[in-house]
Ligand binder design. Structure first.
Ligand code: FES
Length: 105
């Protein structure tokens, strides 16, 4: 069983200004999203193919993959538009002193 731990990912202001942001930390490729004042985090790799979700478009809380336009709900990771079928992993996020932390395991 792996142990969960929190790791610094980004400055909150940077995520808010970019809306979608790629972060590579501690061997994990992540995508951070700013939606309605909340920050969410998923794996950056699309589950359908070889594409980074951080290079897609954030539309109404869903990230649209740049390669085939599959979509995922960034809060739950659930696929919302084909050809995406498998959920993308989501990671818990917390904000402390204007800094974004992500829980990894
Ligand atoms: S690689 Fe993302 S939808 Fe195909």
């Amino acid at each position: 069983m792996s142990t969960a731990y929190w790791i610094y990912a980004a400055e909150l202001a940077d995520v808010q200004s970019q809306e979608v942001m790629a972060v590579s930390t501690d061997g994990h490729d992540l995508a951070l999203y700013s939606v309605d004042g909340q920050v969410h985090c998923t794996a950056n790799q699309c589950t359908h193919g070889n594409a980074f979700l951080s290079e897609g478009f954030l539309i109404d809380g869903e990230i649209e993959c740049p390669l085939h336009q599959g979509r995922f709900d960034v809060k739950t990771g659930a696929p919302t538009c084909e050809p995406a079928c498998d959920p993308v992993r989501v990671y818990p996020v917390k904000i402390e002193d204007g800094r974004v932390f992500v829980e990894l395991s």
